[in-house]
Structure formats: structure tokens, C-alpha cells
Design a protein around this ligand. Structure first.
Ligand code: AMP
Length: 191
């Protein structure tokens, strides 16, 4: 199986590129942000809990997102692999993911970090907010909080996979097609 983590701060292009990678390599795309927004739209208890935290730009609990991923792994036992987008976002989530995959007799093939500077991230998210309808994309202070959450809690996830020799970077600035090409080149070097 090819199990990829598309990594990077909010606005790095993880969602856009995941959609293309998923098609190219026939993978299941798992975005915890999308899964949480579906829970909110469906008005579930979990959605209600997550909504308030997401509206503040903070991370929802590890327990909630790990539970959602566990369920999806069970649902797609016969896939060629997964592309994880926006997950894992803490070292605890990474450790849980490694264990869940091990239980399914597989592992992460690689983490690919999309590198984009902060001013570009903010500009991209504000532009996306005009059409996405996402309340957390429409306020600059909230975007800053999300980037700080990423730096404090999520960036250490890269080290977790560096130690396993599974870390790669791709410059996330340029045209969507050029970035996709670089991404595929990085993916093709993975086992
Ligand atoms: P995203 O769509 O990836 O930008 O995520 C939007 C929001 O959902 C984040 O700001 C968090 O509040 C929440 N979220 C998404 N994925 C996770 C995760 N893996 N762990 C904790 N919170 C998450």
C-alpha cells in the first residue's frame, strides 16, 4: 500500500494537491477538516463539539480525529492506499496513526511537506474564504491563530517521520500543475 501524508500549514495547498494525487495513484483521500465539516453540517454531537473549537482556530481533541480515522481505515480495507490531509496534526496523532496502520499490516510510506511562506498562506486563505464559505478562512486574526497552532503542535510531526527516514519536502509555490509534478516525483521515490 502507498500511504502518504500531505503535510504543511493551513493554505499550503494540501486539499488541492490531495485531490490530484488521489486520482493519479488511486488512493482514498482522508481530510480530517472535511470529515469534521461534514459532522458539523449533519448536526451530530461530535460536530457540535468540533464547531466551537474550529471557530476559534484551535485543534480539536486527538481522541475525536483519531476515532474518525480509525473508522475510515476499517471502511476501506481493500484500497491501494490512503492520502492523509490535515492529519496527523500532533505527535500523539502520528503515534496513533502508526499503530492503527500497523494493526492493518501496513505503514506510512512517506510524509511530504509543502513549503509556503506565511504572507502567501494568509493571502491564499483570505482569497479562499471569499468562495469557500468557511468562517475560519475569513478573519486574519483567526488565520494567524491557526498558523501558530501549526507551528507549536503540528510542525513536530515532521520530526517524528524524519526519524523514520520518511520525510520529504516540495516547494509549494508556483502553478498547481508544477507543484503537482514535483509532488509526483517525490512520491515516486517512495517504496
Ligand atoms: P483544515 O480543513 O485541515 O484546515 O482544518 C480546519 C480545522 O479543523 C482546524 O483548524 C482544526 O480546528 C480542525 N482539524 C482538522 N483536522 C484536525 C486534526 N487532525 N486535529 C485537530 N484538529 C483538526
Amino acid at each position: 500500500m502507498k500511504n502518504l501524508i500531505l503535510f504543511g500549514p493551513p493554505g499550503a495547498g494540501k486539499g488541492t494537491q490531495s485531490a490530484k494525487v488521489k486520482e493519479m495513484y488511486n488512493l482514498i483521500h482522508l481530510s480530517t477538516g472535511d470529515l469534521l465539516r461534514s459532522e458539523i453540517a449533519a448536526g451530530t454531537d461530535l460536530g457540535l463539539k468540533a464547531k466551537e473549537i474550529m471557530a476559534r482556530g484551535k485543534l480539536v481533541s486527538d481522541e475525536i480525529v483519531i476515532g474518525m480515522i480509525e473508522k475510515k481505515l476499517k471502511e476501506h480495507k481493500d484500497t491501494a492506499g490512503f492520502i492523509f490531509d490535515g492529519f496527523p496534526r500532533t505527535v500523539a496523532q502520528a503515534e496513533a496513526l502508526d499503530q492503527l496502520l500497523e494493526a492493518h499490516k501496513t505503514a506510512i510510506s512517506g510524509l511530504i511537506a509543502l513549503e509556503v511562506g506565511e504572507s502567501e498562506l494568509t493571502a491564499r486563505i483570505l482569497a479562499r474564504g471569499k468562495t469557500s464559505g468557511r468562517p475560519d478562512d475569513q478573519n486574519e486574526a483567526l488565520i494567524k491563530t491557526r498558523i501558530r497552532e501549526y507551528e507549536q503542535k503540528t510542525a513536530p510531526v515532521a520530526n517524528h517521520y524524519k526519524k523514520q527516514h520518511k520525510y520529504k519536502t516540495v516547494e509549494g509555490v508556483g502553478s498547481i500543475e508544477d507543484i503537482f509534478e514535483k509532488l509526483c516525483a517525490a512520491i515516486d521515490t517512495l517504496d
